[in-house]
Design a protein around this ligand. Structure first.
Ligand code: FE2
Length: 366
């Protein structure tokens, strides 16, 4: 199937209970700049939105301003989470028409929104669960983000200087779907968006003594947009994917992996900002040198910070996972640095999933 030409992930939209406070969290803990705002003060009556940026990463945090907001039910069902993954395309109408022709469910017809800064084009299709993909084009738009958004009032929101932690771009975004549905969603990305399947992990790769999952990774033609898709697999006890599905109330985005050029510096800064990360046992580092060979980073420092390393034919990669960022055990983040390797850290799955199981045990959800 022919690729629908996606340039990149333009932004990720989160629907949250209190966008103002979430913006404070992503700013002070993750080092994002709050660059734009929409809400009552910008004549938007039904919702508030904050645009956050660091490197090439753009997050939009949206909260309803009353129960009459058409999406307000979403908060009860899912809690805070990712609502939309927006994809930058050259031809919004063309991509939307082609996706719908191939079987995508339309969510929002193509629209050209205009204000004094130009034309902003948008159209949306349904993805897994209540998640959507919006095709957007801002080639003819010079405003701060989109119509309805204004630069943040510097007096009000930027009272201290921003403190970026070195997060530069989105590496991949992972979906959790129900048991038996992984292949259906792999097909969706292949058939509708022309993605190809990159790699697949089965329960032999990703199982511990207690729980298991399966995963396939799809990516677009340029390799810039990568979506691993997980489903739970049968095991002795409950998989972390089952836990997610229960608390999120269905399929959705499990984690967002953010690239940094210096993971030691980034994780040190995030830890100083009080971000909580998963920890593997110290013994993981006893055999690390043997497993991955010579690396540029200092192993004691990696051990102190809890950073994991994995190696393949092309090089190595370093990664670490936050704990869930809300009360529900749903969305979390990965920080990743690639030194040649394009992998997802298969060699770390076991240590990592055992760490997640220890957290599940504490939550009583294993
Ligand atoms: Fe990941």
């Amino acid at each position: 199937m022919q690729d629908i030409p996606l340039r990149k992930i333009d932004h990720v939209r989160f629907f949250v209970g209190n966008a103002r406070q979430s913006a404070f969290f992503y700013r002070n803990a993750f080092g994002f700049d709050v660059v734009a705002y929409s809400g009552l003060e910008t004549k938007v009556r039904h919702e508030a939105g904050y645009v956050l940026r660091q490197g090439d990463i753009t997050f939009v945090l949206t909260s309803p301003l009353s129960h009459e907001h058409p999406e307000s039910q979403r908060l009860l069902t899912h809690g805070d989470g990712v609502m939309d993954i927006a994809l930058d395309v050259q031809d919004v109408r063309g991509c939307f028409a082609e996706a719908v022709k191939r079987g995508a469910k339309p969510m929002r017809e193509p629209e050209a929104l205009e204000d004094e800064f130009g034309v902003f084009e948008t159209a949306s299709i349904k993805a897994y669960g209540d998640t959507t993909h919006t095709f957007i084009n801002r080639d003819r738009y010079r405003g701060v983000f989109a119509p309805g958004y204004k630069h943040i009032d510097p007096e009000r929101y930027q009272t201290s200087t921003s403190r970026p932690v070195g997060l530069a771009a989105i590496d991949h975004m992972v979906a959790n779907v129900e048991e038996g549905k992984m292949n259906e969603w792999v097909e969706f990305y292949r058939k509708i968006l022309g993605f190809s399947q990159l790699v697949s992990f089965d329960d032999k790769d990703i199982s511990t003594e207690y729980s298991a999952l399966m995963s396939k990774v799809v990516q677009n033609g340029t390799g810039r947009v990568k979506f691993p898709i997980n489903e739970p697999a049968k095991a002795k006890r409950r998989s972390q994917i089952d836990e997610y599905l229960q608390y999120y109330g269905g399929p959705g985005v499990q984690h967002i992996a953010l690239i940094t050029g210096d993971i030691v510096k980034t994780v040190r800064a995030m830890r100083a900002n009080d971000v909580s990360f998963l920890r593997v046992p110290r013994t993981y580092y006893d055999t690390l040198q043997e497993r991955v060979g010579a690396i540029k980073e200092d192993i004691d420092e990696l051990a102190d910070l809890g950073i994991l390393v994995d190696k393949d034919d092309e090089g190595y990669m370093l990664q670490i996972f936050t704990k869930p960022v809300a009360d529900r055990p749903t969305l979390f983040f990965e920080v990743i640095q690639r030194r040649g390797s394009k992998s997802f850290g298969k060699g770390n799955f076991k240590a990592l999933f055992e760490a997640i199981e220890r957290e599940q045990e504490i939550r009583g959800t294993l």
